[in-house]
Design a protein around this ligand. Structure first.
Ligand SMILES: Cc1cc2nc3c(=O)[nH]c(=O)nc-3n(C[C@H](O)[C@H](O)[C@H](O)COP(=O)(O)OP(=O)(O)OC[C@H]3O[C@@H](n4cnc5c(N)ncnc54)[C@H](O)[C@@H]3O)c2cc1C
Length: 367
């Protein structure tokens, strides 16, 4: 019997399992398919809280804290797994194409600057010093030098190896079919490989977390929001920085790909790429970088972001079910938020204290 059982082998489950194991707990991690085979490998890997969150508050605070954990987290995983995760915190530009977008960005820059964040307002010529491939249509933007991206697929691979090295029991191809309860307390799960028992069970099953909660008749709304995303070759397109705008984003990776995305579709659990989706992401980024017209197309794929009704993640205990916690609902930012989620969930499991996860407690959906 493990101290802790984590359900779901995406970025969140792997990070939580690794952190719990690092702290000396005996951990089992269960994944129904391949490690990281769902939303986590579909992501663009951007680490960009200042770009992502439209206002100050607990989400931005969580995102900034996680961003600051990244260099140490990435280095530790690289050492444990002997592999590069291609972390790049070399800056991001959020750009405006017209007067209205400019005004909106200026207002954002204003509160970000007031709050002491490292952001710079750049007019079009200054922006081109940062990213010479930007088009003439770009009128101004915010430059945030500390944001960036990581190769999330390499990060997932490193996490699997780090978990293995750390002694986590890794079960892939194992479907959780029920939650085991004894005297009102969750004592583990039923699976296609038989029952697995633990003192603490953490559900990190991404877009499927709501379905898993229904096994206990607990109504916590998590829905899949499909993202369609594509990669083109960077040959002949030496982009320096991540570019983000209202109609799409462009992430130049260190592996020779430029990742461009992404749609947000309410399409249930369908992951496929549609003609309309692909057309919208490709057309969406052309106004920012005209050189992309000549880029060689490589691939396109889809993934299911786990979304909650209020856009905030679910971190912490499930009320009424001792021994059961949630780590999920990270929507567009699960890669960014993985180190802080691992830390916060492990803190809670160790101490039982919820003060640092108050805004994200699952209890907010249960009256
Ligand atoms: C197109 C796209 C672009 C994105 N870009 C970014 C980005 O740039 N930056 C960023 O931070 N985030 C990004 N995201 C969001 C990010 O990918 C997600 O927030 C994150 O991957 C969620 O991780 P997860 O581990 O909760 O879910 P998942 O990766 O989906 O993992 C959940 C796992 O649980 C398993 N599971 C489900 N049910 C069961 C069961 N019954 N038994 C066993 N296992 C089960 C699933 O098989 C799955 O592997 C993007 C997402 C998409 C789709």
């Amino acid at each position: 019997m493990s101290d802790c059982l984590v359900v779901g082998g995406g970025i969140i489950g792997l990070s939580v399992a690794y952190e719990l194991s690092r702290r000396g707990l005996a951990v089992t991690l269960i994944e129904q398919g391949d490690w990281g085979g769902q939303a986590s490998s579909a992501a663009a890997g951007m680490l960009a809280p200042l770009k992502e969150f439209a206002s100050p508050g607990p989400m931005l605070d969580l995102g900034m804290e996680s961003l600051h954990l990244y260099p140490e987290w990435a280095q530790e995983l690289e050492e444990r797994a002997s592999g590069d995760v291609q972390l790049s915190l070399e800056g991001l530009v959020t750009v405006a194409l017209n007067g209205q977008e400019r005004e909106q960005l200026q207002a954002k820059h204003h509160w970000q600057k007031e709050a002491g964040h490292d952001v710079h307002w750049l007019e079009c010529n200054e922006l081109r010093d940062v990213e010479p491939l930007l088009s003439d249509q770009v009128v101004a933007g915010i430059y945030s030098p500390g944001e960036g991206h990581i190769n999330n697929r390499l990060l997932l691979r490193s996490l699997v190896t780090a978990c293995r090295v750390q002694g986590v029991t890794l079960l892939s191809g194992c479907v959780v079919s029920g939650i085991a309860v004894k005297s009102g307390r969750v004592v583990g799960v039923e699976t296609t490989s038989g029952p697995i028992r633990a003192d603490q069970t953490v559900i990190a099953s991404g877009a499927w977390a709501g379905i898993m909660m229904q096994m206990l008749d607990v109504a916590i709304p998590v829905r899949p929001v499909r993202g369609q995303i594509a990669a083109v070759s960077s040959v002949g397109i030496p982009l320096r920085t991540v570019i983000f705008g209202t109609t799409g984003y462009i992430t130049p990776k260190k592996d020779g790909k430029i990742v461009i995305g992404a749609t947000e579709d309410e399409s249930g659990f369908q992951r496929e790429v549609t003609m309309a989706g692909l057309a919208s992401i490709l057309n969406g980024v052309m106004p920012y970088v005209p050189a992309l017209h000549a880029a060689a197309f490589l691939e396109a794929w889809g993934g299911l972001r786990p979304a909650t009704a209020d856009g905030k993640p679910l971190l912490g205990p499930v009320p009424g079910w001792e021994g059961l916690s949630l780590a999920g609902g990270h929507f567009r930012n699960g890669i960014l938020l993985s180190p802080i989620t691992a830390k916060r969930i492990a803190d809670y499991i160790e101490s039982g204290r919820t003060d640092k996860i108050e805004p994200f407690l699952p209890s907010r959906f249960l009256s």
